[in-house]
Design a protein around this ligand. Structure first.
Ligand SMILES: Nc1ncnc2c1ncn2[C@@H]1O[C@H](COP(=O)(O)OP(=O)(O)OP(=O)(O)O)[C@@H](O)[C@H]1O
Length: 316
C-alpha cells in the first residue's frame, strides 16, 4: 500500500555546530506524484534528500520511503529508490555501457540481464551512439543522461533528483525534463526533485514545497502557489540601486514591497488603480523609473516573496 510513497514527519537535522539545517519538516508524496522541493542556497534541501535516501540519519523525526523506515531499514529503502545527486563521481574511464552493466551486476542481475538492461536504458536516454565512449568524453548533458540511466537500472519506485539540470544548456535541460516527465507520467515512477529553477518546478511538479532556513514556508500546486499571491505584480526598474531604496521609503502605503538590485516589486490586488498614484509619488520626488510592468504573478514572485526575509537578514 505504501509502495512509491514518501512520508516525512517533523524532521530535524542539527549539525555539530548545533545549527538546525532542517527544522521540523513534514511532507507526504503520493505514489506517481512529481514533488518539487524549492529553496534558496543553504535552505536545507540537500540535507533533506540525504536523509530520505539513507545517506544521513535524522536528529529527530521519522522518514518512511516506500513504507520502510529510512533510519532503521536503510537497505530496504535503497532497493526501492534511485538517486541522482549533484556530483555523482562516476568512474570516467569506463564507457556508459560498461557503467550500466556494472550497476546491473551490483543489483544482482546475470551478465546477460545486465547487458540487455544497459542497451535498453542507453536507448531510453538517447545515448546509443555514444554508448562505448569512455564517459570522461561525455558532455555535461550526456553525463546527466547517464546519471539518470544509472539510477534506473533496478526499476526504482521512487527517483530522487537533486538539481538534475544545473549547469545544462536549455536544449539539454528540456531533454532531461522530457525523460523525467516520461518516467513520472508513463511509468508511474514517483519523483522527488530539488531545483533552483522555478521554471523546472512549474514545468514538472504536481506539488511544490518551498523551504527556507530549514522550515517549509509555502506549499501547493504551481497554480495554487501563484494564486496565493492573490494579486498582480508591479515591477519598477531604476537606473541606480539608491533610487530603489528611496522609492521604497516613499511608497509607504504599498504592501508586499520587495527590492532586488535595481528592481522594486509591489504585489497588489489593485495594480492598475494604484500604478498611477505610485508613479506620481515617485516623479514628484524626482525619481523616474527606467521601466515598469504589471504582470500576473509567476512562481518567481512566490519564491521571491517567501524567501525575501532570508535575503534581508543576510544583508544585515
Ligand atoms: N556537513 C555539514 N556540517 C555542517 N553544516 C552543514 C553541513 N551540510 C550542510 N550544512 C549547513 O546546513 C544548511 C543547509 O544545507 P543544505 O546543503 O541542506 O542546503 P541546500 O538547500 O541544499 O542548499 P544548496 O541549494 O546550496 O545546495 C546550510 O546552512 C549548510 O551550510
Amino acid at each position: 500500500m505504501d509502495t512509491g510513497t514518501i512520508v516525512v514527519s517533523n524532521l530535524v537535522k542539527t549539525y555539530k555546530d548545533s545549527y538546525k539545517a532542517v527544522d521540523g519538516v513534514s511532507l507526504e508524496v503520493q505514489k506517481g506524484e512529481c514533488f518539487a522541493f524549492l529553496g534558496p542556497n543553504g535552505a536545507g534541501k540537500s540535507t533533506t534528500v540525504k536523509i530520505l535516501t539513507t545517506l544521513m540519519t535524522p536528529s529527530s523525526g521519522e522518514v518512511f520511503v516506500s513504507g520502510f523506515n529510512a533510519e532503521t531499514e536503510p537497505d530496504k529503502v535503497r532497493l526501492k529508490i534511485g538517486v541522482v545527486l549533484q556530483d555523482t563521481g562516476l568512474d570516467q574511464d569506463l564507457s556508459g555501457r560498461e557503467l550500466l552493466e556494472l550497476q546491473g551486476r551490483i543489483f544482482n542481475m546475470t551478465k546477460k540481464e545486465a547487458k540487455t538492461r544497459a542497451t535498453e536504458l542507453l536507448a531510453k536516454v538517447g545515448l546509443e551512439d555514444d554508448a562505448d565512449k569512455p564517459s570522461k568524453k561525455y558532455s555535461g548533458g550526456m553525463r546527466r543522461r547517464l546519471d539518470l540511466a544509472m539510477t534506473l537500472v533496478h526499476n526504482p519506485e521512487i527517483l530522487f533528483l537533486d538539481e538534475p539540470t544545473t549547469g545544462l544548456d536549455p536544449l539539454n535541460r528540456k531533454a532531461i525534463w522530457e525523460e523525467i516527465r516520461r518516467l513520472n507520467k508513463e511509468e508511474g515512477t514517483t519523483v522527488f526533485l530539488t531545483t533552483q529553477y522555478l521554471e523546472e518546478a512549474d514545468e514538472l511538479a504536481d506539488h511544490i514545497k518551498i523551504i527556507n532556513k530549514g522550515k517549509i514556508v509555502a506549499e501547493g500546486t504551481p497554480s495554487e502557489l501563484k494564486d496565493s499571491i492573490g494579486a498582480d505584480v508591479i515591477v519598477f526598474e531604476f537606473a541606480e540601486e539608491q533610487e530603489v531604496a528611496r522609492a521604497k521609503e516613499l511608497l509607504t502605503d504599498a504592501e508586499g514591497v520587495i527590492t532586488q538590485e535595481k528592481e522594486l516589486r509591489i504585489t497588489t490586488k489593485e495594480a492598475s488603480k494604484r500604478l498611477s498614484s505610485y508613479l506620481k509619488i515617485l516623479t514628484d520626488a524626482g525619481i523616474e523609473p527606467e521601466s515598469l510592468s504589471v504582470s500576473q504573478p509567476t512562481l518567481d514572485d512566490v519564491f521571491i516573496q517567501v524567501t525575501a526575509a532570508k535575503r534581508e537578514d543576510d544583508r544585515g
